[in-house]
Design a protein around this ligand. Structure first.
Ligand SMILES: NC(=O)c1ccc[n+]([C@@H]2O[C@H](COP(=O)([O-])OP(=O)(O)OC[C@H]3O[C@@H](n4cnc5c(N)ncnc54)[C@H](O)[C@@H]3O)[C@@H](O)[C@H]2O)c1
Length: 287
């Protein structure tokens, strides 16, 4: 897709961080932008920022864990603009802690948002993207979808899942004569966003039970603090990441890595797999 002017781009997780930067990046390219997020006020703020660039924006409060909510988002986008050309399945939440200390609600919440959110997005939007005749879909995974670091079990599971789904979709779209849909997966390293306070959006029914069976989640808090410190100290500007995504859409490039230096860790992992040696880490993250 060479020219983004006038296209309709949908971004989930658009109220903050990478999603907000994507929405503003698309606006600068002259796209009409549909913004989706669970957080109403910052979502409206992003929509205001988008409209000040002179393009149309539609903000739809959306919970990506809920298939009906995402279906309603797609319906609202098509009703307003008649077409959808670009979808960014970007909403996601982190949350660390050792698997031995994890409760089922920890797995459920992270996988509901970060993996099921992508599945819901593809289910509701692919028919519209294909119908548009010229489309692109990007899902936000992570370097945690390429290397499995300790302390991030649910997040790693979700993000490996996102990479697998997008690779599959890439092959399927490339082989489909009826579909003109480019596919990308964004695997960021550290980016300066609000991800370390993602617990703010955790629903009540998926809060951790106190004092039951599992030991305290002190380790998870320590790890989260380490992640927050790393993002603040050397996280990339989300606008730089948005530029990489827009460039990948233009060039139809599948892999979008904000920190290509992590490819050394991926190579290390793949080489030990090739030799059928037990996994080791080149360097542990966020310890
Ligand atoms: N920041 C990083 O260093 C980093 C690194 C790798 C991957 N990522 C990924 O980037 C994506 C964007 O995260 P970010 O870093 O910008 O964090 P962020 O917290 O700043 O933004 C995430 C947005 O998702 C929204 N969200 C949360 N739950 C939702 C739900 N159920 N439905 C709809 N929206 C929901 C939040 O309200 C928030 O606006 C995520 O998928 C994250 O996993 C971030």
């Amino acid at each position: 897709m060479d020219d983004l002017r006038g296209r309709v781009a949908v971004v989930t997780g658009a109220a903050s961080g990478i999603g907000r930067a994507l929405a503003l990046g698309f606006a600068e390219q002259g796209c009409r932008v549909v913004l989706a997020d669970v957080e109403r006020d910052p979502l409206d703020e992003t929509a205001d920022l988008v409209t000040t660039t002179g393009v149309e924006a539609l903000a739809v409060r959306t919970d990506v864990t809920d298939a009906e909510s995402v279906e309603a988002l797609a319906a609202a986008a098509v009703e307003r603009f008649g077409v959808v050309n670009v979808l960014c399945n970007n909403a996601g939440v982190g949350g660390g802690g050792l698997i031995r200390n994890a409760q089922l609600v920890d797995w459920r919440w992270v996988i509901d948002v970060s993996l099921w959110g992508v599945i819901h997005g593809l289910t509701s939007f692919l028919p519209h993207l294909i119908r548009s005749g010229d489309a692109h879909v990007v899902s936000t995974a992570s370097v945690a979808g390429l290397i499995a670091n300790p302390g991030l079990g649910p997040y790693n599971a979700a993000k490996y899942g996102v990479v697998a789904i997008m690779e599959t979709l890439h092959h399927e779209m490339a082989a489909d004569p009826d579909a003109n849909v480019g596919v990308s997966v964004l695997c960021p390293g550290e980016v300066r966003t609000n991800i370390a306070t993602g617990q703010r959006n955790r629903p009540r029914h998926l809060q951790r039970a106190r004092g039951e069976r599992r030991p305290s989640n002190h380790e998870a808090r320590r790890r989260n603090d380490a992640i927050a410190a790393a993002l603040a100290a050397h996280g990339k500007d989300p606008a730089e990441v948005a530029d990489l995504v827009i460039d990948a859409i233009r060039r139809r490039r599948f892999w979008v890595l904000s920190h290509p230096e992590y490819l050394r860790d991926v190579q290390h992992r793949n080489e030990s797999l090739h030799r059928m040696e037990n996994p080791t880490l080149l360097r542990p993250l966020f310890t």
